[in-house]
Design a protein around this ligand. Structure first.
Ligand SMILES: *[C@@H]1O[C@H](CO)[C@@H](O)[C@H](O)[C@H]1NC(C)=O
Ligand SMILES: *[C@@H]1O[C@H](CO)[C@@H](O)[C@H](O)[C@H]1NC(C)=O
Ligand SMILES: *[C@@H]1O[C@H](CO)[C@@H](O)[C@H](O)[C@H]1NC(C)=O
Ligand SMILES: *[C@@H]1O[C@H](CO)[C@@H](O)[C@H](O)[C@H]1NC(C)=O
Ligand SMILES: *[C@@H]1O[C@H](CO)[C@@H](O)[C@H](O)[C@H]1NC(C)=O
Length: 469
């Protein structure tokens, strides 16, 4: 027995035979008669043998710890992990303030699926040279700068090892060539600048060619995004440049219908509004303070709109607003520029966000951040980060053709569900989601970009790595 126990594996199949021999042998029967202790001995033998079988069964059938390690690498569990993560995301992001810092960091990594981004270190003419003009990092197209900075400063997400990266960020600032005539950004150089950056990275690194740029990320934060033109008809005519058609573009432009300027993998991002300016405004007037302006709009409203190559500014929506409501005392409508307009938003109940040339506008972000109910008048607009911002619960949508009835619509809401909408809107999580901070904060706009990228991991090398195993 002693020897058997020492080498259990070699004799497993012979074990039953051996026991039978010992117990049924004629010799044993004789012994049994001669020695009264033999029966006792037999019992002990049985007992120890049964114990032995029982323990060896458990030893050789130890399923739990062994298969667990194999499990976590199989593609099927990767998929279920993704499912788990997306289903847990809403609950996990609602109360992270309660977590201690280390736990917070863990929960953040978990939601972002341990995303790793390699940031190309391009010559300064592609990015930092433009920062000589202070406006470059502050105007409404400045998300191209803010996202670059926030990712580059984040040691969790940024990787310096491109072979470890899920995505590659190409930091080219295209919206900072401000016209000396009117101060607007001239983006005529955008295509050549980006194409030369791609030329550079595709010859000095293997990663662009490896994927045709599918795991490369760009920002196109101006009017018609990856079409790189400020006029829609020209933008549509030009389309998305061939060289970035396979990449991922973070763009402010987004509509629900088919449009040539979003025929590329894209994430709709909010326009840039400085979080510091929002904070300064809120320091003076809290989000739940007195709102003595009922409906607010300040911006370009053409009384007699011009036909610009077949199109009218704001599809004449702003003209209708001006004509119908400038005489209504409840509407505070201003056509001149005023640097302190945020102090007006924080005093307003409803903030009108009509389309301009493009459907989106920075008013959307400022209204949400300052707690004024956005009244979105831009048919078919695709709004940023719908997973984080419950747009139907925090805003009103008015069809362009209904803009003449704005007064009645707002009256009705004020009499019924205004306080519900405001309560939803004043949730700090919602107001944080549209602002780009210098350093990523959980749930802020850059974080939402990373979250959206983590949902696109099927475009990255990680899927290749997983299925290789
Ligand atoms: C989150 O936790 C904080 C601190 O414990 C608490 O004050 C807050 O009400 C919680 N928020 C939610 C949405 O549960
Ligand atoms: C900036 O825009 C102007 C046109 O407004 C253009 O002439 C100039 O070449 C652009 N600068 C660069 C560096 O592309
Ligand atoms: C990538 O492809 C281009 C065009 O085919 C080629 O010129 C370039 O040398 C390639 N880059 C690398 C790193 O092999
Ligand atoms: C607007 O101008 C275009 C030419 O640029 C012309 O074809 C069109 O008929 C004009 N529309 C109106 C309503 O005048
Ligand atoms: C509030 O009421 C308006 C008009 O009846 C409706 O369109 C909107 O969906 C409601 N919003 C919420 C959050 O209940």
């Amino acid at each position: 027995m002693a020897e058997q126990l020492k080498r259990p594996n070699t004799i497993t199949s012979r074990r039953g035979f051996y026991v039978k021999m010992r117990l049924n042998g004629k010799q044993n029967q004789l012994l049994e008669k001669k020695n009264p202790y033999f029966r006792f001995y037999k019992w002990i033998l049985w007992l120890s043998l049964s114990l032995y079988f029982l323990t060896s069964f458990f030893i050789s059938h130890k399923p739990i710890p062994l298969s667990k390690t194999h499990f976590s690498k199989s593609p099927s569990t990767v998929a279920s992990r993704a499912l788990f993560e997306s289903s847990s995301s809403s609950s996990a992001s609602t109360n992270s303030s309660a977590l201690p810092p280390e736990k917070k960091k863990q929960s953040r990594r978990h939601l972002l699926k341990d995303l790793k981004i390699f940031v190309y270190d391009l010559p300064s003419k592609y990015n930092s040279d433009w920062l000589a003009n202070e406006r470059c990092s502050n105007h409404l197209f400045a998300s191209e700068v803010a996202i670059h900075r926030a990712i580059a400063n984040d040691d969790d997400v940024r990787t310096y090892d491109p072979y470890e990266a899920d995505f590659f960020f190409v930091p080219v600032y295209v919206a900072c060539n401000f016209s000396t005539v009117n101060g607007f950004p001239a983006i005529g150089h955008a295509r050549t600048l980006i194409s030369s950056a791609i030329q550079l990275i595709s010859t000095s690194y293997p990663f662009w060619n490896r994927s045709q740029g599918a795991d490369h990320v760009f920002v196109a934060s101006h009017d018609f995004g990856s079409c790189f033109h400020t006029l829609e008809d020209r933008a549509v005519e030009d389309g998305v440049p061939e060289f970035m058609k396979w990449s991922i573009v973070l763009q402010t432009f987004g509509v629900k219908h088919r449009h040539p300027c979003q025929e590329v993998e894209n994430v709709v991002i909010p326009p840039y509004v400085s979080p510091a300016s929002v904070q300064r405004t809120l320091d003076k007037a809290p989000v739940n303070g007195r709102r003595d302006i009922w409906a607010f709009f300040r911006g370009k409203m053409e009384v007699n709109p011009k036909n610009v190559s077949g199109r009218y500014y704001s599809k004449k929506v702003r003209t209708v607003i001006w004509r119908k409501f400038s005489g209504d005392r409840r509407f505070y409508l201003q056509r001149q520029r005023f640097a302190g307009y945020q102090s007006e938003i924080v005093r307003s109940t409803f903030c009108l966000c009509p389309l301009g040339w493009a459907p989106w506008s920075p008013r959307l972000v400022e209204s949400v951040a300052l707690g004024c109910v956005p009244v979105i008048i831009a048919d078919g607009i695709r709004l940023p980060f719908p997973a984080a911002v419950p747009w139907p619960e925090i805003s009103l949508t008015v069809a362009e053709s209904d803009v003449g009835k704005l007064g009645k619509i707002l009256d009705h809401v004020a009499a019924t569900n205004l306080s519900t909408i405001q309560r939803n809107l004043w949730d700090p999580e919602v107001r944080r989601a549209l602002l780009f901070n210098e350093e990523i904060q959980e749930g802020d706009a850059t974080w939402q970009v990373l979250y959206a990228l983590a949902e696109k991991l099927d475009r990255s090398r990680r899927t290749v790595r997983v299925s290789d195993q």
